[in-house]
Design a protein around this ligand. Sequence first.
Ligand code: PPS
Length: 302
Amino acid sequence: MEIPDMASEKHPCRPEMFDFEGISMTTFFTDNWEKVKNFQSRPDDILIATYPKAGTTWVSYILDLLYFSNDDPECQTSQPLNMRIPFLESCFQEFSMVTGTEMADSLTTTPRLIKTHLPVQLVPKSFWDQNSRIVYVARNAKDNAVSYFHFDRMNMVQPEPGDWNHFLEKFMKGKNVFGPWFDHVSGWWEKKQTYSNLLYLFYEDLVEDTGREVERLCSFLSLSTSVEEREKITKVVQFDIMKQNKMINHETIPFMDFKISPFMRKGKVGDWKCHFTVAQNEQFDEVYKQKMNTTLKFRTEI
Ligand code: PPS
């Protein structure tokens, strides 16, 4: 099957958004919904859950290395990460890609690492029933919004973002694919209070001290990875090295246009300062105060 060339800024195939269970979605994440909803998790599965652009790929790669670098180093240099870690709700069949559920069902690894951007209330029930382990990664709203804006510019299967001001308005209203950032990060934070198999990580902590966060992951997952191995992993998951790694940097994905923006773009905390005007920042802070009535605290600079 021929893969359509999606690398054009004004591509007619950019999807419409619609309301799905109270969340803005595109058909790429709802077309396979019955199978997603009824997905059978296993007790040893590890679900990597994030709002888009919060550090999914980073933590996915760290987990992949922690579990599989000794068993199958060849796989890591020959198979893109997105072929090894299924994106549960994804359904890009028109690009000859198997659905996330099919890929997860056919995974032979133990554990299975599975990625999702679903808000907590839409996660398939079996993950809770099986008491699967979950790693959630959250990123401060301002940097998350900037990263999402550039992603929507370069990813032709995302809705057209418009200009930065338009996108930011949409972000504040929670009208992005996978819904409001505010509800996503706080919904998962609330869940953590009652579900002990959930580790809640912050992108800013990963940038500040990657090695410490790798150690935190090992401790949560009861992994006895040696200090040497952890140090090795910490080195290869640094931004500049990951950016050069074709198996990780998403270069193999047909609908992303790297001429517009790379997937591994800046990898910084505080890049929002290069995008927000003073007025936008004040308005954003006001909206943030209204929507974030929670104990959850983020750092917008480190
Ligand atoms: S996605 O599409 O939702 O899976 O994207 P996701 O992987 O969650 O987020 C992409 C952003 O994470 C940055 N990133 C990193 N930053 C620092 N260090 C490392 N190693 C790293 N790996 C990925 C990536 O650059 C995107 O952020 P921005 O701000 O756009 O650069």
